[in-house]
Design a protein around this ligand. Sequence first.
Ligand code: HEM
Length: 455
Amino acid sequence: MNSAIQKKSPSSFTGDLVRPRLCYRQWMLAGNPAYFFDHLASQFGDFVHYRGLFSFYLVNHPALVKQVLMNTHKTFDKNTVIYDRFRNVFGDGLVVSEGAKWKRQRRMMQPMFGPVTVQGFFHEMVSAAEELADRWHTQCQTGTVFDIADDMERVTLQIAGKVLFSDGFEEAREQIAAWTSTINHYSAKPPLPIVRQIWFPSQINRQLKQTLSEFQQFTHQLIAERRGGPKVNDLLGILLQAKHEEDGMAMTDAEIAEEVLGMIIGGHETSSSALTWLWYELHHNPSVQECLLEEIDAVVGDGPVKLEHLPQLRYARMVIDECLRLHPPFWFENRNVMQDTNLGGHRIPKGSMVVFSRYSLHRHSSFWNAPETFDPLRQNPEHPENTRSSYAQVPFGGGPRICIGLNFAIMELTVMLVVIARRYRVIVDSSDRHEMAAQLTMTPRHGLKVRLESR
Ligand code: HEM
């Protein structure tokens, strides 16, 4: 690691201006935008001013990323063309809201994602994982090759759905899966001008409007039933009970419906992508898999996994953190500059877009030794590599808009990892065609073809 670069002051970057020179190359790279941003950072440095079809400032240094994340809400906000596209889906929900509205919703919802409340969802996570492991029994015996990405998608949707709606999820499982699939498909498209505006009469826009209207009908009906019935202790029940600490006001039905949608989409697609990459990395790193299994056997033994086991599964946590470093599900971040500001020693005018790619930041060779190597031990808080800035790895973001579901996600990933890994070895099949795709989330483009071996 280069300590001079690590300690670089946030005011001393060159800020090279880059204009696309070879259009064909830009388009080829744009086929995978994570490679495009990686190319820009490796060619032009940690702070790049790019002028092309879209103009933006790319930051790829923890000091600059920290400045952007910490000042989101004061100097930077989410009023960008990219977030506008998400606004078409999430309305004014927490993921995209701004200013006083965001602050109010965040304060009301923060307690729902604290460690104690999240622990209440542990059994739901274990039973979804066990159910999947039971279902895999035949596939394992017959050596069937299947796409594990699909199953990770289904199980994380089931967890999010059950935690939010309890039994209401079971009744609408197939519909919810179809709605979330349309929304993910829409959100993954690049925000091209005009064509991607919600009023443009394209097929995907029509599908999105139809989906949102059906989803709204579903949640409003559920809310109405709940308001008239006994209290239920799922996330929807908690949202219905929540009161703002200052004025004691509850959320309106429309606000609850927006938040529910944000949680079900934001809360399952990300975890599903992380889990798929976990199986990929464990297959390719057999020694890591062995250490993980040793820890699981020592901590959990033969009995069921319990809540009190989780803090003892320290190596499992390092495996998860290392996976989120190499394969950050939300790989891309973007912000609007609210007022003229200084970034990296340069004046950035109001209305500019600042972006960063977690794919590149998490592989920055000045902060990570052998960045492409999957090495969970480097995630140990006592490891020498951990003297680097904590902003060298930000899979959940940072500052005021850090992911509200962080505790939930870590518990879910740990439970899934432990329950599945102690019963099966997941073997990536030779038919798997590996290619990384970077759309809304970072996933293997062709899924992940695997077969199972019993442990
Ligand atoms: C591995 C799983 C997950 C990853 C990697 C992840 C990552 C992120 C990131 C990078 C952000 C944006 C931070 C920013 O704008 O600076 C975010 C925001 C958010 N996430 Fe997650 N997330 C995960 C799971 C979840 C879960 C399980 C939930 C809910 C159940 C959730 C709900 C949200 C919400 C509501 C926001 C918006 C917060 C705000 O702007 O105040 N996420 N997440």
